[in-house]
Write a protein that binds this ligand. Structure first.
Ligand SMILES: N=CN[C@@H](CCC(=O)O)C(=O)O
Ligand SMILES: [Zn+2]
Length: 391
């Protein structure tokens, strides 16, 4: 079944062949879950069904490359304390760990589905989520298995913190050994929280090496709470991404600019933790690959709204709307290694022939409205793999 979407007032493709990635009065044909044709509406071929966008803007669905959505419990009190002046500290993670361990599988799955519905309702079509609130072999395994039933990419974050009451050396052995083996078939990548209060340089190196030895991709949570080795380790290890980046030196920016490791910024988290905004403008100007993600989690960023993240990146981080949209789609795909076709996984984050047909239509004439009308519900219709899932 093929679908023609026509009457697109402004189409963002990310294909440089199409007027630098932006077309006016455009159309798209989807067939068999993939983009089959993109071009001027006047030249569009026929299809089995037709949808008229009536002049609205269309763009790739959001690729949210960083979330933590397998959890139970609530951190409202911690948020209130932060808004009253307390600093964020990694230790809060243990509050969610306790609640997650106490939850049944069904409760965790229901919570995940509820949060995914929110994310998808806002135009997200590809989503990564991490384990990291179980921190025992059984709890990390069930978190990974529940996530794998519902999301595109699952990342093992056993190295979130050393759980309360655990022996540090023994936990390091577990997270690089038995616990990693228990999830290795279920996840595609391993993440490490490299930060004071979480894991230091030597520990991070060991965890990244254990992941690579099992053929898994890697990510690093780095430079969130202060300056540190996160960026350097991610780049040295050729990790897919290093995420957060509120505290960067000129040297860190130069390292990222010279590497394929994606610099992932998390604007909603920076706001919610009242930490410095990551220098997205400087990263792009230096030539780094940039992604924007939600970091949806109950501690530091309890929102999965990619529209909000994009608006904040424009209004506060000084990106253009086109740069922010690219970082939240193509950038996120690159951060997950999904900007290239993989066996059984067509590339995402762009509207080019052969890519997965993931497309959102805004109730607005241009993507500029994402920042011009921040916080407004602009998602009008969404297709995922060629199926209309919203609107
Ligand atoms: N920094 C580490 N992990 C999460 C926060 C987790 C939490 O506080 O529950 C983050 O990305 O911000
Ligand atoms: Zn995170």
């Amino acid at each position: 079944m093929s679908t023609l979407i026509t009457g697109i007032g402004e189409l963002t493709t990310h294909d440089p062949e199409h007027s630098g990635g932006r077309l006016r009065d455009a159309a798209v044909v989807m067939d068999d879950g993939l983009i089959a044709w993109v071009g001027p509406a006047a030249n569009a071929p026929a299809a089995d069904e037709r949808y008229d966008a009536e002049g609205r803007a269309a763009l790739p669905g959001w690729v949210d490359s960083h979330t933590h959505l397998v959890f139970a419990g609530d951190r409202t009190a911690e948020f209130e304390a932060r808004m009253a002046g307390e600093a964020y500290a990694a230790g809060g993670i243990n509050v969610t760990v306790e609640a997650t361990r106490a939850a049944t599988d069904a409760q965790l799955e229901r919570g995940l589905i509820r949060h995914l519905e929110e994310a998808y309702g806002g135009g997200t079509t590809t989503l990564e989520t991490k384990t990291g609130y179980g921190l025992t072999v059984a709890d990390e395994r069930r978190s990974a298995q529940i996530a794998a039933r519902h999301v595109d990419e699952v990342t093992f974050l056993g190295a979130h913190v050393v759980p309360a009451g655990a022996d540090r050396a023994a936990y390091l052995d577990l997270v690089t050994g038995e616990m990693l083996d228990a999830v290795a078939d279920t996840v595609s990548a391993v993440d490490v929280f490299c930060e004071t209060g979480a894991f230091d340089e030597a520990e991070t190196r060991r965890i990244l090496a254990a992941a690579t030895a099992r053929g898994l991709d890697t990510h690093v949570h780095g430079n969130q709470l202060g300056h540190g080795p996160g960026v350097r380790l991610a780049v040295e290890h050729e990790s897919l991404s290093v995420d957060h980046l509120g505290f960067l030196t000129e040297g860190d920016i130069a390292l990222l600019a010279a590497s394929d490791t994606v610099a992932t910024v998390l604007p909603a988290c920076d706001l919610s933790t009242r930490m410095p905004l990551a220098p997205a403008r400087a990263l792009l100007d230096a030539g780094a690959h940039l992604a924007i993600a939600s970091n949806a989690n109950p501690g530091t960023s309890y929102t999965s709204s990619m529209g909000f993240a994009v608006a904040t990146a424009v209004l506060q981080m000084r990106l253009t709307v086109a740069e922010a949209v690219r970082a939240a789609t193509h950038g996120g795909a690159r951060a997950l290694g999904r900007h290239l076709d993989r066996p059984g996984k067509p590339r995402v984050g762009e509207l080019t022939v052969g890519a997965r047909a993931d497309l959102q239509i805004l109730d607005a004439p241009s993507v500029t409205h994402l920042a011009y009308r921040p916080g407004m519900p602009l998602t009008h219709a969404v297709w995922r793999a060629g199926n209309r899932v919203r609107g």
